[in-house]
Write a protein that binds this ligand. Structure first.
Ligand SMILES: [Zn+2]
Length: 200
């Protein structure tokens, strides 16, 4: 990658990625999107039934630690700036502060008003990350209706493995018209050989 495209410093990261709740008065539009789409949880002690919970811990490692500055950790991953502040947003009666913000790009968030997680990748492992998403298949949605506040439930393995698949419009049309979904041909080549007393 070209040196100018690498964005290696913490200042570079701060120009593109933010992991803090924006000021409601300064940028109400951005505040609304972040509040609605970019707050992780609630999980942990506030909600043990959250899908991110594995063995009573958040598998996405939320809440993250506060950090006054953006820095690059020893493992090569970015530790985004998450300053302690009084600003928090309420989610399922739980007050989420900057430690619960999923890193985002302010411009993309306001433009598309959706959950868009932006992460700093500046290592060879990012190739693996890109290919993982390219090959992930179409979007799917699993919807579960259950009472809002429920005591901790025993693990239900059948439910955990229950999966649904969302077939996108283009994939549905492809199948309706019975276009081939895979190709296979057996290469057969006739070999000429000579049998004694006969012509080939
Ligand atoms: Zn979590």
């Amino acid at each position: 990658m070209d040196q100018r495209s690498k964005l290696p410093t913490a200042d570079d990261i701060d120009k593109i990625i933010c992991a803090e709740i924006p000021d409601k008065n300064v940028n109400p539009d951005l505040y609304q999107v972040i509040k609605d789409s970019m707050i992780h949880g609630s999980c942990g002690a506030a909600n043990y039934n959250s899908p991110c919970m594995v063995d009573r811990l958040c598998s996405k490692f939320y809440p993250k630690a506060f950090s006054d500055l953006t820095k690059i950790g020893k493992d090569g991953y970015a530790v985004y700036r998450r300053r302690p502040s009084n600003i928090s947003v309420e989610k399922s009666r739980f007050h989420c502060d900057n430690r619960y913000v999923v890193p985002y790009n302010p411009m993309l968030s306001v433009r598309y008003r959706a959950h868009i997680n932006v992460e700093w990748c500046n290592q060879s492992g990012s190739i693996k990350y890109l290919f993982k998403y390219i090959n992930k298949g179409p979007d799917k949605v699993v919807v579960i209706f259950e009472p809002k506040y429920q005591a901790e439930k025993p693990k239900n393995e059948i439910k955990d493995y229950f999966d649904c698949r969302y077939v996108s419009a283009s994939e549905a049309i492809w199948r309706l018209f019975k276009f081939p979904i895979q190709y296979r041909s057996t290469p057969v080549q006739r070999l000429f050989f000579h049998i004694e007393g006969k012509k080939p």
